[in-house]
Design a protein around this ligand. Sequence first.
Ligand code: ADE
Ligand code: ZN
Length: 340
Amino acid sequence: MLRNNCRSQYETFIRKLPKTELHVHLEGTLEPEMLFRLANRNRIALKWKSPEELRNAYYFQDLPGFLEVYFKGCEVMKTAQDFHDVTRAYLERAEEDGVVHAEVFLGPQTFLAQGVPLEAIMDGMFGAIDEMRGRISCFYLSSVIRTRPESEALELLELLAPWHDRIAGFGMGGAERGNPPSRFAGYYRECRRLGFKTTVHAGEEGPAEYVREAVEVLRPDRIDHGKTAESDPELMKLLAEREIPLTLCPVSNLKLNVIRDMAEHPLKKLLDAGIRVTVNSDDPAYFQAYVNENWLACAEALRLSRADLRELARNSFLASFLPESEKRSWLAQIEAFSEK
Ligand code: ADE
Ligand code: ZN
């Protein structure tokens, strides 16, 4: 009984805390019900009989195993309406969690390779973002896949030129081991030269050296994941000194067997080392946990205090690409929330 009370107190506190979400792939928000709806609409045959059967198949061995299922799911997203519906559903769900600002990834390469026009992707996604303005703010981060050639990433950057004023930044995901960050040095140099913010997935399954290499060679504004930096005290010091945020995704780490138990997660260790860590969902439909479920899982397993939770909320704004004035205004609201 007491446990349930504690849980509900945590839940209410977390839901009411103003927060951002900075690491979520729109492709990873495709719920089985939506996947079936889009497959029917686009006359695509599926090997599962029902959304329940599909959801029951969501057990992953590791990141490459997960990505196979994730890219299969992407095959049902074809039209501007599809990209609109997926984006809108995520934003409505995030709003329920008290997310006031989201920075979302979507990787056009997957869809271009399936013959989907770039206009359909951008029109659908930005249409939903615009409709939801006033309820939740949302920035788009374009993402490339690290197992594809760097030249393709540079080509995509050019193809996106008509939308550059609507893109907040560029990132990179995909299977990490064997694909070190330095392969994309030229791409990141070009993104920075054009004045974009940058993030890079590093230190999810890959070693701490990949995080160091990402920081030194790619010079990103944020590291996505960065979990394995915990094994290198010098690197932790560097991340803290340079104020390079980590967008941690605790439930993703658990579901992809990066950790065996949430109590093992280094979030609290990294937070206590003065690193700007944030909590995010990554691919919430596949890991069956939206952002608040990630907060709650950490809060319970790592016995986070209310002060820790407020710091995570502050970090979520400090690590965002919002203008400084908006960051200050949200930090003041978190302060006022704490005093209540
Ligand atoms: N793309 C979608 N989810 C990802 C993850 N967890 N790691 C790398 N790339 C991804
Ligand atoms: Zn990710």
